[in-house]
Design a protein around this ligand. Structure first.
Ligand code: NDP
Length: 284
């Protein structure tokens, strides 16, 4: 039976720790603040934004929400970002994606001051992840690294296989594992003989977006399996990209869905916001 790596528990610990840090920072005149911009009325985005606001309240981070209508112009969003870039009470700016089709996500992301880019999507921060000289890491891969660390497995020298090469999960995940001296293979929809690759993995990260895609026969005996997927089935059940039942029989440790990677993403957003407050105030 695999050890279940509970992102729910770890994220609670991180949030408690951050609460203490924020209290200390406030004594030094550093007040973390997060601005969240949400455009339109996508229900999933609304849930994410509400959860982010709740986490801020819990930790003692000041937050502002800008809920804009779906027909807002790109110029209006860019002007708002300019204003937030200048605002001392705001250390982190997050634009909830996806944006409506008529707005360029690229233009919006590139307008954010990289020092306030707590999602780490700005090209400056993406580049820093390449070189290893980074302040902010995208929240989902950052959360996964925390979970791997807490599973007690050392990455160094391990065969790491990441399924998925998106800019927000797969690619930064691969870089983080590489910086930790893992031997990294990145798989995607054109990968041949996927099972051969995954069967080799000491650490397997699935970020595919397909329900129960990774089955037990694709998992190496004793592997650490990280399931990034969030898939809603027709019967409303939430499942990951890993078929938990069969994979769990092979893995040494595995993350569940829900309660695995998901809660870590918000905890790491909070961590980045606190870090941004220090960087913006002290330049460090
Ligand atoms: P994307 O759709 O951007 O990327 C999916 C990746 O999977 C692509 O690189 C794609 O390859 C690859 N892929 C698709 N089909 C196959 C296949 N048959 N074999 C191998 N690879 C395949 O998704 P994201 O990275 O944004 O998200 C992945 C999952 O993680 C989703 O379920 C999403 O909901 C979830 N997620 C969860 C988060 C959390 O907080 N827990 C945060 C972000 C995402 P190709 O590039 O060739 O198309």
């Amino acid at each position: 039976m695999a050890k279940i790596i509970s992102g729910k528990e770890v994220s609670e610990e991180i949030k408690e720790q951050l609460k203490g840090e924020v209290e200390e920072l406030k004594k030094q005149g550093i007040f973390p603040g997060l601005a969240v911009i949400i455009v339109g009325d996508d229900p999933a985005s609304r849930v994410y934004v509400n959860n982010k606001k709740k986490a801020c309240e819990r930790i003692g981070i000041y937050s502002e929400e800008y809920a804009l209508s779906a027909d807002v112009s790109e110029d209006e969003i860019l002007s708002l970002i300019d204003e937030l870039n200048r605002k001392d009470s705001i250390s982190g700016i997050l634009v909830q994606l996806p944006l409506p089709k008529h707005i360029s996500e690229k233009n919006v992301i590139e307008r954010i001051n990289p020092k306030k880019d707590v999602d780490a999507f700005h090209p400056v921060n993406v580049g820093k992840i390449m070189t290893g000289d980074y302040d902010f890491v995208p929240c989902t891969p950052a959360g996964i690294m925390e979970l791997i660390d807490r599973s007690g497995v050392l990455v160094e020298g391990k065969e790491c296989v990441v399924i998925g090469r998106s800019n927000i999960v797969g690619k930064p995940m691969a870089m983080l594992l590489l910086h930790r001296n893992g031997t990294v293979t990145v798989c995607h929809s054109r990968t041949k003989n996927l099972r051969e690759k995954t069967k080799n993995a000491d650490i397997l990260v699935a970020a595919v977006g397909k329900p129960n895609f990774v089955t037990g026969d694709m998992v190496k005996e004793g592997a650490v399996v990280i399931d990034v997927g969030i898939n809603r089935l027709e019967n409303k059940k939430l499942v990951g990209d890993v078929d938990f039942e069969t994979a769990e029989k092979k893995a040494a440790a595995i993350t569940p869905v829900p309660g695995g990677v998901g809660p870590m993403t918000i905890a790491m957003l909070m961590k980045n916001t606190v870090k941004a407050a220090v960087i913006n105030k002290t330049g460090r």
